[in-house]
Design a protein around this ligand. Structure first.
Ligand SMILES: [Zn+2]
Length: 243
């Protein structure tokens, strides 16, 4: 029984490592999602700057076009004969000048907005890059831990056959069968109750388990039962710790 408990302890440790290996990449996935959000945030911040610059450029282009039109009208002023045409041209020029003034005001607003957006972008960038560095470090840590877990598990798996060999063949076969459906497969009987399902063990069987001349499984959950008093103190505490 002690040999089997040793084996179970090993198997439980291997299972725990496997579980960690399964769970840890999920944390990395969470970090990846967070990273993507940060990337989007910085992109939005940058795009706002670009949009404001683009509108500024468009406004300046509009202003230049209107100035060119004014210059053209200005030359035409010398060639028109009729007073009405002259007046009409002046009116057009006046209109264009007013439009230019509006656009110029817009350019000033855009410049201020762009300065603010740029400052915000720089601040965002610094903050986000800092957060990303932390995420990268966390991911690297996870990778490192995963490597360690894998190495530990492989070593344990390698060390398993000699431990299993010490267990009597029929008991080992039973254990292998049970552990496919119940973990842990071997449990202590405490106060005449199965340590796995906490159901009462039949008195006759309790006596046989205590007498330690036969191995028994719990009639309710099918786990192998043992009496902690039948194994050494160290083995008992190790077994309890692993259940
Ligand atoms: Zn049971």
């Amino acid at each position: 029984m002690i040999e089997l408990l040793e084996l179970q302890k090993l198997d439980l440790r291997i299972a725990a490592l496997k579980e960690n290996e399964r769970e840890m990449p999920k944390q990395k996935d969470k970090y990846a999602i967070r990273r993507k959000r940060l990337e989007e945030e910085i992109k939005n911040s940058e795009e706002r700057c670009k949009r404001l610059l683009l509108e500024q450029r468009e406004c300046n282009g509009d202003i230049e076009a209107r100035q060119a039109q004014i210059a053209k009208y200005d030359e035409q002023l010398y060639t028109v004969k009729k007073n009405e045409e002259y007046k009409a041209l002046l009116h057009e020029m006046d209109l264009l000048k007013k439009q230019i003034a509006v656009k110029e005001e817009r350019v000033i607003t855009l410049m201020i907005e762009h300065d603010e957006a740029k400052a915000a972008f720089e601040a965002d960038k610094e903050r986000i890059e800092g957060e990303m560095r932390v995420l990268d470090e966390e991911c690297a840590k996870i990778d490192e831990e995963l490597q360690e877990l894998k190495a530990e598990r492989k070593a344990l798996v390698k060390s398993r056959p000699p431990v299993a060999e010490k267990v009597e063949k029929p008991l080992l076969a039973k254990y292998e069968r049970i552990r496919k459906v119940r973990t842990p497969a071997v449990v202590p009987m405490k106060e005449e109750v199965c340590g796995g399902c906490f159901m009462a063990v039949r008195p006759q069987i309790v006596n046989e388990i205590i007498a330690n001349d036969k191995t028994h499984t719990c009639q309710h959950c099918g786990r192998l039962l043992y009496h902690p008093g039948n194994i050494g103190d160290a083995a008992a505490s190790a077994a309890i710790e692993s259940t």
